[in-house]
Ligand binder design. Structure first.
Ligand code: ARG
Length: 457
C-alpha cells in the first residue's frame, strides 16, 4: 500500500524525498507506542458500535503481532509508506481486511503521532528520572566513602577554602536529584491523552476520550483538541530542557574530572579501560569520554533550541513542520540517556588519591579560617582580614585532615546532607518503579504481552 492519502495522482519524487525525509526511519521508534494507541482507539470505536466484536478481536490480535514483530526488529516501514501510521494500517488491512480499513475512523495521523509520542515521552521521562536517581545515589555512595578526605575548594579556579571529596561529590548528587524532580513533575504534564483530538478540531463522533485515555494508562485527557495538537513540539522542548539540565550538570562534572585527573592535579584517575590512546604518542591516556560528555551536552541544548525554533512561529493547528521536531527529540533524549549511563560507569572506575589531595591543601587555603578563628576570639572581621592578607607568607602549613575536621565540627562545610539525599532519592526511585509498573500493566491489558515498553533502550 502507498500513502494513506493516495488518490488519483502520484507525488513528485523530489517532493516525496523532501517531505518524508528520514521520518520513516525514525518512526521505527514509535511503532510499539502507535500499536498500543491503536488498540485503545479500536476499543473506543467498538464501544460506540463502529467495530463489531469480531473486527475488534482481529485488530487486537494483528496489533499485538505488530508489537512482537517490532520487538524482533522485523516490522518494516518503507519510504513509500511515509510513516509508521501508514505501515501499521497497511499491515492491518493485509491481515484482517475490512476492519483494517475502519481503524482510522475518527482519528487523524496528527493525533495518532501525538499519542504515540506522548506515550513514548511519558515513559522516557520516568525512566530517565529513575536512572538519574541511580546516578545521584551512586554519587552519594561515593561521597559517603570519601566524606572526610580533604580537597581544596576553588573559586575562579584558584585555591579558596578547605573542602572535601564528599562535599564535591555530594553537590552533584543533590543537583541531579533536583533535575530528576524536574523530570518527575514533567511526567505529570505528559500524562494526558491527546487521542480523539483528530486533525486538530475533534470529530463529530461520540468518541469516549476518557475511556481510551484509561486504556493507555493516562491519568487524564488533554481536553482542548486544538491545544492537544498545538502542544506538539512544546512538550518535546520541555522534555529536552529537562534533559539539558542534567546534561549541563554532567558537563560540569566532566570538566572537573578532566582537570582533577590531570597528572598536574592527580586528585583522581580513570582506569585505562575508560580512556583512549593516541595513534602517535605512545604515552597518551586520554579522557575522551569526559570530553565528549561536554560536547554531547551541547548537542542536547541544541536539540532543545532546534525544537523551540521550529515551533516558535507556527500558526494554530497541525503543520508539517512538527515532523522535524522528532529528530531532535530522539537525538537529544538518546544522548542524555547515554550520558547518565556513561557517568555511572566512570564513577565505578574512578580512583581517588588522598595523598595528592592532601598535598594540594597548602597553607593559603586556610587564610579565611585563620581570620574567623580570631573573630571568634573577639576581633573585628575587616581589620583581621587585612592583617592576615598582608602577611600571607606567615600562614603556617596545617595538617589538612585535622584542619578539615575542626572546620566541619563547628561550621557548615561538613553538612553534606547525605542522609536526606539518600532518603529522597530512594523515595523518588520507588515512585518511578511504581509508575513504570503501572504503564506496563496498562500495556499488558491492551495487548496481552508482558513487559512491553515503548522506549526501546
Ligand atoms: N509524520 C508526520 C508527523 O510526524 C505524521 C503526521 C502527518 N500528518 C499530516 N497531516 N501530513 O507529523
Amino acid at each position: 500500500m502507498g500513502k494513506l492519502w493516495q488518490k488519483d495522482y502520484t507525488l513528485d519524487s523530489l517532493m516525496e524525498d523532501f517531505t518524508v525525509s528520514n521520518d520513516y526511519i525514525l518512526d521505527q521508534q514509535l511503532v510499539i507506542a502507535d500499536a498500543l494507541a491503536s488498540i485503545a482507539h479500536a476499543r473506543g470505536l467498538h464501544q460506540i458500535g463502529l467495530l463489531n466484536d469480531e473486527e475488534l478481536a482481529g485488530l487486537e490480535q494483528a496489533l499485538a503481532q505488530v508489537i512482537k514483530l517490532r520487538g524482533e526488529d522485523a516490522f518494516p516501514i518503507t519510504k513509500e509508506n511515509e510513516d509508521c501510521h501508514t505501515a501499521i494500517e497497511a499491515y492491518l488491512t493485509e491481515q484482517v481486511g475490512e476492519a483494517g480499513k475502519k481503524i482510522h475512523t475518527g482519528r487523524s495521523r496528527n493525533d495518532q503521532v501525538q499519542t504515540a509520542l506522548r506515550l513514548w515521552m511519558r515513559e522516557y521521562s520516568v525512566k530517565l528520572c529513575n536512572q538519574t536517581g541511580r546516578l545521584a545515589q551512586r554519587l552519594v555512595d561515593f561521597a559517603q566513602l570519601h566524606a572526610s578526605i580533604p580537597m581544596p575548594g576553588r573559586t575562579h579556579m584558584q585555591l579558596a577554602m578547605p573542602s572535601s571529596v564528599g562535599l564535591w561529590a555530594a553537590s552533584f548528587a543533590e543537583e541531579l536529584y533536583d533535575e530528576a524532580q524536574h523530570l518527575m513533575q514533567l511526567s505529570w504534564t505528559l500524562d494526558q491523552s491527546p487521542l480523539g483530538s483528530a486533525a486538530s478540531y475533534g470529530v463529530p463522533l461520540p468518541l469516549d476520550r476518557q475511556f481510551t485515555a484509561e486504556q493507555m494508562g493516562f491519568t487524564r485527557v488533554q481536553n482542548n483538541v486544538l491545544y492537544a495538537n498545538n502542544s506538539r513540539g512544546k512538550f518535546e522542548a520541555m522534555l529536552l530542557d529537562s534533559c539539558d539540565y542534567i546534561a549541563l550538570t554532567l558537563s560540569k562534572l566532566a570538566q572537573d574530572l578532566i582537570l582533577f585527573t590531570l597528572p598536574e592535579f592527580g586528585y583522581f584517575s580513570l582506569p585505562k579501560h575508560l580512556c583512549t590512546g593516541s595513534s602517535i604518542m605512545p604515552q597518551k591516556k586520554n579522557p575522551d569520554g569526559l570530553e565528549l560528555a561536554r560536547s554531547r551536552s551541547a548537542l542536547v541544548s541544541s536539540c532543545a533550541m532546534r525544537v523551540k525554533s521550529i515551533i516558535r512561529s507556527l500558526p494554530s493547528g497541525y503543520n508539517r513542520d512538527f515532523q522535524d521536531t522528532k529528530e531532535p527529540l530522539l537525538a537529544g533524549t538518546k544522548a542524555t540517556w547515554q550520558l547518565v549511563h556513561i557517568f555511572l560507569t566512570m564513577l565505578d572506575g574512578l580512583e581517588v588519591h588522598p595523598q595528592a589531595l592532601r598535598k594540594a591543601c597548602t597553607a593559603e587555603l586556610y587564610a579565611t579560617d585563620v581570620v574567623l578563628k580570631q573573630v571568634l576570639e573577639g576581633r573585628n572581621f575587616r581589620d583581621t582580614y587585612k592583617e592576615v592578607g598582608l602577611h600571607l607568607d606567615e600562614l603556617t602549613t596545617l595538617d589538612p585532615d585535622k584542619a578539615l575536621e575542626e572546620r566541619t565540627s563547628i561550621g557548615t562545610t561538613g553538612n553534606l546532607g547525605l542522609d536526606e539525599d539518600q532518603l529522597f532519592i530512594s523515595l523518588m526511585q520507588n515512585g518511578c518503579e511504581d509508575i513504570l509498573k503501572s504503564f506496563s500493566d496498562a500495556y499488558y491489558h491492551l495487548c496481552g504481552i508482558e513487559d512491553v515498553q515503548t522506549v526501546l533502550y
